[in-house]
Write a protein that binds this ligand. Structure first.
Ligand SMILES: Cc1cc2nc3c(=O)[nH]c(=O)nc-3n(C[C@H](O)[C@H](O)[C@H](O)COP(=O)(O)OP(=O)(O)OC[C@H]3O[C@@H](n4cnc5c(N)ncnc54)[C@H](O)[C@@H]3O)c2cc1C
Ligand SMILES: Cc1ncc(C[n+]2csc(CCOP(=O)(O)OP(=O)(O)O)c2C)c(N)n1
Ligand SMILES: [Mg+2]
Length: 569
């Protein structure tokens, strides 16, 4: 069957199971856009190509399926770079398709010519420059395989205009990826599993460090089985949140720079750490030379290059987390670690990190209150919260209690402001029946707020909670602690967000007091379309605890005059 390269592209995408694509047209990708009309794929027209990549990323993180974005050459392609890097740093499987100038023009500085494969080489798992129609199918098939296999990540396919326009024989089967045989998922030797089981057996003060790999590998049940059988408390990374229900008795909460104080203390006192699909990011470890000094370490990880990268480990189990845990659990005897867990519970009582949520209403609106109230209102529903980057992101991690994987979507590794609104749109496209909230700072919101128009045009009913503190809050916090309160370039004004949303045709309101938080959330939930709520919160509030960058994990800055928590939750 003879098809154009553009037709082959869509045919292959349909065969890969793609039903949604996020993009923005332009000259070099026009043949593909023209052919798109004949294929059963819904296109979401974004307002900026960065938004398309975050939407594809949000789609991928909400489901585990590959998210797809498309843009033109030159500025369309370069606008995608931040979103591609965001997906790379958080191991999110997306495929980005860009148009390229005609193959004979490459290298001539042609109109909107840019070497996007060169630019994205360090932020993609792999990328392709396709200059012939007959190479389109193999590139697409391989790209989908690479994006998903092993440690997931972004792949870019740059297709010249003539490759889209010319025709060739299309043979799906002949284009099957040839690399598969070389890329078998590794699996640890039995002897290594036995060594790990022996370490678990002998440990008196073990802690499981659960990361993003739990969600990626679908290992939440295996993790729970392991933790319960061996009776080991579980700490989570930011991206590991949801891997074990927050309400599970063995769940300690988040570790790291803004983790719960008792979690970091437990890690520092542990005699064994079992890292499950996490990569010992510097936000997690603090100073490496004093990190968990008494602990042996087991690292279960699919990417061999992560082993001994930041933290030297005693046993490395390289493989898919779920399969490794399925093999490890039967080797582990049932444990009873009540004394250790009681010790952690005692320090939990003392540290009272969640002190603010039980404060009486003193007329001030705290971000923590807003997020805790949002949790109360939406906890019984199938809810996905997508956060932006900053203080509100950390408060979300602390005060919204996630019970299931993929219910928190956030940019961890790159920390990309502007992520939340477009990623929420992508998540809602992926899971239309879920309630999707974007929790976003007034700074990050202003980076990609143009995508509200996308939500309106496409009828995508995301709910946006702006945590409006009039500051680039997280940077202001660093200035408060480490730069003598010299607030260089962090006070931030913005438009009247209510009027702005109104101009987009979006239902909106401002909330200034705590008593109005619940009714505003209820109203947003009842409304069928998108909603924006402008929560005008305390301006100079601070995220506690905080491990200063590069400090010992236990050297946390704690809330002055802590109020001992009284709330039952
Ligand atoms: C303002 C800000 C503050 C932050 N503060 C904190 C903080 O206090 N605490 C914190 O934890 N984080 C914090 N972060 C996030 C932090 O930067 C990292 O993004 C995060 O710690 C990474 O978590 P991770 O290692 O679980 O996930 P990833 O970085 O996604 O790594 C996942 C790991 O799992 C592996 N993996 C993938 N699939 C599988 C599989 N199938 N089987 C086995 N392994 C697999 C991958 O190879 C990778 O090594 C903060 C970020 C920001 C922006
Ligand atoms: C694209 C980008 N630029 C700059 C930063 C550095 N940065 C991290 S947090 C932050 C402040 C975020 O402010 P806001 O969105 O209002 O959230 P808040 O911290 O106030 O909750 C900045 C500027 C970043 N993470 N991403
Ligand atoms: Mg702010």
């Amino acid at each position: 069957m003879k098809l154009t390269g553009a037709q082959i592209l869509w045919d292959c995408l349909v065969r890969e199971g793609v039903t949604e694509i996020f993009g923005y047209p332009g000259g070099a990708i026009l043949p593909a856009y023209d052919a798109m009309l004949d294929y059963p794929i819904r296109h979401t027209l974004v307002r900026h190509e960065q938004g398309a990549t975050h939407m594809a990323d949000g789609y991928a993180r909400a489901t585990g399926r590959v998210g797809v974005a498309i843009a033109t050459s030159g500025p369309g392609a370069t606008n995608m770079v931040t979103g591609i890097a965001t997906a790379m740093l958080d191991s999110s499987p997306i495929v980005c398709i860009t148009g390229q100038v005609g193959s004979r023009l490459i290298g001539t500085d042609a109109f909107q010519e840019i070497d996007i494969t060169g630019i994205t080489l360090p932020v993609t798992k792999h990328n392709y420059l396709v200059t012939r129609a007959q190479d389109v199918a193999a590139a697409v098939r391989e790209a989908f395989q690479i994006a998903q296999e092993g440690r997931p990540g972004p792949v870019l396919i740059d297709i010249t205009k003539d490759a889209q326009q010319s025709s060739c024989e299309f043979d799906w089967d002949a284009a099957a990826p040839v690399r598969r045989a070389r890329r078998e998922t590794p699996s640890p030797a039995h002897a290594d599993l036995a060594r790990a089981a022996a370490l678990v057996q002998g440990a008196k003060r073990p802690v499981i460090l659960a990361g993003h790999g739990v969600t990626i590998s679908g290992a939440e049940h295996a993790l729970k089985a392991f933790a319960e059988r061996a009776h080991i408390p579980v700490a989570q990374t930011l991206l590991g949140i949801g891997g074990l229900p927050a309400s599970h008795p063995l769940n300690l909460g988040m570790m790291g720079m803004h983790g719960e104080a008792w979690v970091n203390i437990a890690i520092q006192q542990a005699d064994l750490l079992i890292a499950c699909g996490m990569r010992f990011d510097d936000r997690v470890t603090g100073k490496l030379s004093t990190y968990a000094p008494h602990a042996k370490k087991i690292h279960i990880e699919i990417d061999p290059s992560e082993i001994n990268k930041n933290v030297a480990v005693d046993v490395a189990l390289v493989g898919d987390l779920r399969s490794v845990l399925d093999r490890l659990v039967p080797l582990v005897e049932a444990g009873d670690r009540r004394p250790w867990i009681a010790e952690i519970e005692a320090s939990r009582g003392d540290s009272a990190v969640r002190d603010i949520q039980s404060l009486p209403d003193d007329g001030h609106l705290y971000a923590a209150h807003v997020i805790n109230d949002l949790w109360r209102a939406t906890r019984a529903a199938d809810t996905i919260v997508v956060t932006d980057v900053g203080q509100h992101q950390m408060w979300e991690a602390q005060y919204y209690h996630h019970e299931s994987p993929r219910s928190l979507i956030t940019s961890g590794g790159l920390g990309t402001m502007g992520f939340a609104v477009p990623a929420a749109i992508g998540a809602k496209r992926a899971r239309p029946d879920a309630e999707v909230w974007a929790v976003v700072g007034d700074g990050g919101f202003q980076m990609t707020m143009c995508e509200l128009a996308t939500a309106v045009q496409e009828g995508i009913a995301i709910k946006v909670a702006i945590i409006n503190n009039g500051y680039l809050g997280m940077v202001r916090q660093w200035q408060e602690f480490f730069y003598e309160r010299r607030y260089a370039a962090t006070p931030l004004s913005g438009p009247d967000f209510v009027k702005l949303a109104d101009a987009f045709g979006i239902r909106s309101r401002a909330v200034l007091t705590r008593k109005d938080v619940g009714p505003a959330i209820d109203d947003a939930r009842a409304h069928q379309g998108p909603v924006v709520i402008d929560f005008r919160v305390e301006q100079e509030d601070t995220v506690y605890p905080m491990v200063p960058a590069g400090a010992d994990l236990h050297a946390m800055i704690r809330r002055p005059n802590p109020i001992v928590e009284t709330a039952a939750d």
